[in-house]
Design a protein around this ligand. Structure first.
Ligand code: 13P
Ligand code: SF4
Length: 351
């Protein structure tokens, strides 16, 4: 049996960056949380919500936030959504400034859609293990092995990888995107192998998969979920397609964050075991206050490894500073942005 690094080398033709807990991703990432990393004093008497509202008006700015943000950020967002809805909203906006409370690839997508607007992020270090696990040179080399294939890249990748792709998809539309490709065409799917396997099953189609994973969704423990289901026999287990296949097999429903949120509102069940980042629970509890939501347990019972360390780098303080200073900004070189826009627009025109 070849080892995982051997498989990776054979498939991708380059050295894995790191393997083990978290799958394949860049080493040396310095995870900090919440407000760590702020190198300037903020007057503690400031009412941050009020100051942010004032700055938004002054700079004609909007805040787009992902469901995995901490509740206090979700509560001040102008628009809250999954990665597809956030891209759609970024395309629509007429604001001069977009403050993107999510992770880097999402803000990059907003910038590609809005080259003339300023896009700021609370923390430039908020990345994604999937994007980090798919360096553009290696992606290009992989594509070159299949010159006639169509490359579909999950939106969780860098702008440079988007520029080398034919289609972009999100977890909300990946099956639809793949089904839109002529059946005689070979399909390459990167970078999330778990979403790729889920799409293969639902689109009824073989694809070549890039082998990266999400460090958050791969941590859920199959055994502990079985135990929890046993203890809550009436509960439905719902999961994001980035989870491992063994976990997805246990799920009563699989969907993007927005799809999961809609599902809990429309079902009669009163208890849900939620197999995704727990940030979404804030909206689930608001939307269905009479229902109970249990976090699916990660493999290590004591850690908070089902929280995305990237999403959780953002804080109200950092949002305030980014709007005040219009920094840090997300920039995409024009020659990459122009090419990356094509597969993004192709996806948006289908969604
Ligand atoms: P959604 O497309 O469901 O928002 O997922 C994005 C993501 O990063 C999940 O980990
Ligand atoms: Fe990336 Fe996973 Fe975090 Fe989503 S939850 S941003 S896929 S590391």
């Amino acid at each position: 049996m070849p080892t995982e690094p051997e498989l990776f080398r054979a498939r991708c033709g380059f050295e894995p960056l790191a393997i083990g807990y978290g799958g394949l991703y860049k080493t040396g990432m310095n995870y900090t949380r919440h407000s760590e990393g702020i190198d300037q004093d903020i007057d503690p008497s400031l009412d941050l919500e009020q100051e942010i509202a004032r700055l938004k008006k002054e700079k004609n700015a909007i805040i787009l936030a992902h469901f995995y943000q901490v509740p206090e950020i979700q509560d001040i967002a102008d628009f809250l959504g999954d990665s597809l809805q956030l891209a759609q909203q970024a395309k629509k906006t007429t604001a001069d400034v977009i403050c993107f409370a999510g992770v880097h690839f999402m803000a990059e997508t907003a910038k590609i859609l809005n080259p003339e607007r300023i896009v700021v992020v609370p923390d430039l270090e908020a990345g994604c293990s999937l994007a980090d696990g798919c360096p553009v040179d290696a992606f290009r080399a992989w594509r070159a092995k299949y010159p006639d294939a169509v490359a579909v890249s999950y939106i969780n990748c860098s702008a440079a990888v988007k520029a080398e792709s034919d289609w972009i998809c999100t977890s909300a539309n990946a099956v639809r995107v793949v089904q839109a490709i002529p059946p005689e065409k070979q399909v390459l799917f990167a970078p999330d192998r778990n979403l790729g396997r889920h799409v293969m099953k639902h689109a009824g189609r073989e694809m070549q998969l890039w082998p990266s994973t999400c460090i958050v969704h791969e941590t859920f423990s199959e055994r502990k979920i079985i135990d929890l289901k046993e203890r809550h026999k009436d509960a439905l287990f719902i999961a994001h397609p980035e989870c491992e296949p063994a976990v997805l097999r246990l799920a009563d429903y699989v969907g993007s964050t927005t799809a999961l949120l809609r599902f809990v509102q429309t079902q009669e069940a009163k208890t849900f075991i939620v197999g995704t980042e727990p940030g979404i629970l804030h909206q689930m509890k608001k939307a269905a206050p009479d229902k109970t939501f249990l976090e699916a347990p990660p493999q290590e019972g004591t850690c908070a490894c089902n929280e995305c360390p990237h999403m959780k780098r953002n804080s109200l303080e950092k949002i305030y500073l980014s709007l005040r200073d219009l920094s840090p900004r997300v920039e995409v070189p024009e020659q990459i942005a122009v090419r990356a826009l094509v597969p993004i627009e192709r996806m948006l025109s289908l969604s």
